[in-house]
Design a protein around this ligand. Structure first.
Ligand SMILES: [Zn+2]
Length: 223
C-alpha cells in the first residue's frame, strides 16, 4: 500500500526473518506485512540472502540431526494445515466488524471481551505468551488518550481508520514504535474512528495535568 509511511526498521525485519523475535513481536510484524508489499519485498530479499549463504556452505555442515529436525518441522506444518479449524476471520465490536490479521486468526480464543476505558476508548486484550501486553485499542471518533510517555517500548499498528498525534497522522498498515524518548497525545478527528493493535512492554506513564492523577489508568493498559 503506497500510503504506508511508517515501517519496522531493517534490523527488526531481519530478526523477524531469522526467527529471533518473541511471538508477540512476530505477530505485530506479520500483521504489518499483510498491509505492506514494500516490507514483504525486504523480507524476501533477506530470505534470499539467507538461502544464498546456506547454499554456499558445504552440505556436510547440515548434520543428519538438523536435517531430521527440519523434516519434522515441515511435516508438522502439513499436519497443522489439515487439522486447522475454520479460522475466525473477523473481529467484532458492537455493530462493526473488522478483518482480523491472519497472524491472529488461529488465536481467536485468546482475544478477550471489549472493555471500556476513559475517553471513548475500548480495549480487548490478546493473551500472548511472554511479558509484553497486546491489546486491540478502538478509539471512537473525536476522542483522545491522555498524553503519555512510555517506560518501555510501545508498538502500534493501525488496522482501520486513522489517528494522529504531534508527529503525524497514522493510517492502516502504519507501524509505529515509541520509546521513553517519545511523549505523545494520540487523538482521532471528528468522524474518524480508529482500530489499532498495540504491544507494550511496560506500563504507560501519563505526563500532563489531570492525567497524572490517572496513572493507575496506565495499569488498565498493562494488565
Ligand atoms: Zn512496511
Amino acid at each position: 500500500m503506497a500510503n504506508i509511511h511508517f515501517h519496522p526498521d531493517h534490523a527488526l525485519l531481519s530478526r523477524f526473518a531469522h526467527g529471533e523475535l518473541e511471538s508477540a513481536s512476530s505477530i505485530m510484524i506479520s500483521a504489518h506485512l499483510e498491509f505492506c508489499p514494500y516490507c514483504r519485498q525486504k523480507i524476501a530479499a533477506i530470505e534470499t540472502e539467507q538461502a544464498g549463504l546456506l547454499e554456499k556452505s558445504e552440505p556436510a555442515t547440515l548434520s543428519p540431526a538438523l536435517n531430521a529436525m527440519m523434516q519434522q518441522i515441515m511435516d508438522q506444518e502439513l499436519v497443522d494445515e489439515t487439522v486447522d479449524e475454520w479460522p475466525d476471520t473477523q473481529l467484532k465490536l458492537e455493530d462493526k466488524s473488522y478483518p482480523l490479521p491472519s497472524a491472529l486468526q488461529r488465536h481467536n480464543e485468546k482475544i478477550g471481551p471489549w472493555s471500556r476505558l476513559p475517553g471513548n476508548i475500548k480495549r480487548a486484550q490478546v493473551d500472548v505468551s511472554g511479558t509484553s501486553k497486546m491489546n486491540f485499542i478502538y478509539m471512537d471518533s473525536d476522542s483522545a488518550l491522555p498524553e503519555h510517555t512510555h517506560q518501555g517500548q510501545e508498538i502500534t499498528l493501525v488496522l482501520a481508520g486513522e489517528f494522529y498525534d504531534e508527529n503525524g497522522t497514522y493510517k492502516p498498515g502504519d507501524f509505529i514504535i515509541q520509546t521513553e524518548a517519545h511523549k505523545h497525545l494520540p487523538r482521532t478527528r471528528e468522524g474518524k474512528d480508529c482500530l489499532c493493535l498495540t504491544l507494550l512492554n511496560a506500563p504507560l506513564h501519563f505526563t500532563s495535568g489531570l492525567a497524572t492523577l490517572l496513572n493507575p489508568f496506565s495499569q488498565l493498559f498493562f494488565r
